[in-house]
Design a protein. Structure first.
Length: 279
């Protein structure tokens, strides 16, 4: 009888412990959406990018569809943090607003923002989610169509987006005789090229590959700029001192280690093999 009694008590205790234990499908999403992470809105992850947003980074200028490299990366990071798609909200912020000092109305931004010491003085960055280089694009029949060296580019009129490492690379690596023309966004940069305001433009390499293949009639990728080749790192942007910097960085690192970033890169970004480095 005593043995039966102790067996019964043990069974009851085991059932009580099982009732208190987390279920197998209770993932990190419960922890995130219950407000345990210090997000702008409790239980919601707010992500910023620009409008318009360009391919191959965002498809159809709609980051909510999860299509395009940066949209897909953003949702993968959210998932790592424990936010499913229903608990992600997107907000619009221009490139200048994203990199400007001061408090942000988003938890992190994703918009091809290169990590630099100057920017890190006022912003926090995650680990890099992509490393690229800057490239030079022109049109068939333009003054820059036959350029094959940096010396060939010096006499050309060059355009780039203001506030970007593309502009800095154009100024410092090409160092053209005519000052580089800055434009507010990449739409204006492309329009300047097609209208003949500039002879060539500088953009990041994935953008260069995409626009020469899909957007510019007669677009020509002249090559990569040497000082940026394989060293321009894009990071997620956070407010300076954000409590999310550590978790977001851990999420990016996990996606890198398990191969997710590489898979998304292969899916959405054109292979850059064969793009020459200009010397």
């Amino acid at each position: 009888m005593r043995t039966a009694r102790w067996t019964t008590l043990a069974a009851i205790a085991a059932l009580a412990l099982a009732a208190c234990a987390p279920t197998e499908d209770a993932g990190s999403s419960d922890a995130a959406t219950d407000g345990s992470l210090a997000t702008i809105k409790d239980g919601v992850l707010t992500i910023a990018t620009s409008d318009p947003a360009y391919e191959p980074w965002v498809v159809d200028s709609d980051p909510t569809n999860g299509e395009g490299f940066e949209s897909a990366v953003a949702y993968a990071v959210a998932d790592q943090l424990g936010f499913d798609k229903d608990h992600v909200e997107w907000t619009v912020a221009s490139f200048d607003q994203i990199i400007a000092p001061g408090a942000k109305d988003f938890d992190f931004a994703i918009n091809q923002v290169s990590i630099s010491d100057e920017r890190k003085a006022n912003l926090d960055f995650s680990s890099p989610y992509y490393t690229t280089s800057q490239a030079v694009v022109t049109l068939e029949g333009s003054a820059g169509a036959d350029a094959s060296t940096l010396a060939d580019l010096k006499g050309l009129k060059i355009g780039a987006m203001v506030g970007t490492t593309s502009l800095t690379a154009a100024q410092e690596t090409i160092d053209p005789t005519t000052p580089v023309s800055p434009f507010n966004d990449n739409d204006q940069v492309k329009q300047a090229l097609t209208s003949g305001l500039v002879d060539a433009i500088v953009v990041d390499l994935p953008t260069a590959l995409y626009i020469t293949a899909a957007e510019l009639d007669g677009g020509v990728l002249l090559g990569q700029l040497p000082d940026s080749a394989g060293g321009d790192e894009f990071g997620l942007v956070l407010d300076k001192g954000s409590a999310l910097t550590g978790p977001v960085t851990d999420a990016v690192d996990a996606l890198d280690e398990d191969g997710t970033l590489g898979d998304l890169e292969a899916k959405w970004l054109t292979d850059a093999a064969g793009a020459p480095v200009l010397q």
